[in-house]
Design a protein around this ligand. Structure first.
Ligand code: SF4
Ligand code: SF4
Length: 190
């Protein structure tokens, strides 16, 4: 039994570790569990697994636990953990690889609120080249099905200038849309 309460796994389950090694060129077995990454993570209080626990579970090849974790979707990719690691490991790239693996297996495995937020964020970038907060919130609520949750906060945010009712569009929005089109083309089956 480990600090994360996990038992070691059978050899047949040991494919996630290999997939992450292949995707990142990193070897999670080099992590010595000092916890310095988690101590600096701005999302640590929100995550069901701390950063060092993610790496530990990866060392143990705990596929089910890791790929069902909300933590990998809450990570901001701020790279604070990577900058703090005294061992020159890269937890941020590792978590990004875990997300890619989930998406490659099945987009339906992404928790609904996370998929709704990521989709809403990309909608805004595609439309305006930057985030339009009011549109982001509206799109998130439509996608997530919680249309009227937190709606009472909107007037106060509008009064304090935290939300604008009109979007601002960057000059190079056509270039941004071309990037989206190329990504879409690259994802389509040949
Ligand atoms: S800071 Fe580096 S060595 Fe320490 S637990 Fe995090 S990833 Fe592992
Ligand atoms: S990259 Fe993710 S895991 Fe690392 S410190 Fe930032 S939010 Fe935390």
């Amino acid at each position: 039994m480990t600090a994360t309460g996990e038992r070691s796994t059978a050899p047949a389950e040991r494919s996630l570790l290999a997939a992450v090694r292949s995707a990142t060129g990193l070897d999670p077995s080099h992590c010595y569990q000092c916890g310095k990454c988690s101590a600096g993570c701005p999302m640590a209080d929100e995550m069901d697994l701390k950063t060092h626990e993610i790496i530990r579970l990866l060392q143990l090849d705990r596929r089910e636990r890791l790929l069902s974790s909300q933590a990998i979707w809450l990570c901001l990719t701020c790279e604070t953990c990577t900058a703090r690691c005294p061992n020159e490991f890269d937890p941020a790239a590792t978590i990004d690889a875990l997300r890619e693996i989930v998406l490659a297996e099945s987009a339906s495995k992404v928790p609904r609120p996370m998929a709704a937020f990521h989709g809403a964020f990309l909608d805004q970038i595609r439309a305006h080249g930057r985030v339009f907060e009011f549109g982001l919130v509206a799109s998130y609520k439509l996608r997530g099905g919680a249309l009227f949750a937190d709606v009472a906060a909107a007037p106060g945010m509008l009064l304090r200038g935290k939300l604008s009712l009109m979007p601002e569009r960057i000059a190079g929005v056509a270039d941004i849309r071309r990037i989206f089109e190329r990504c879409q083309t690259a994802r389509e089956p040949k």
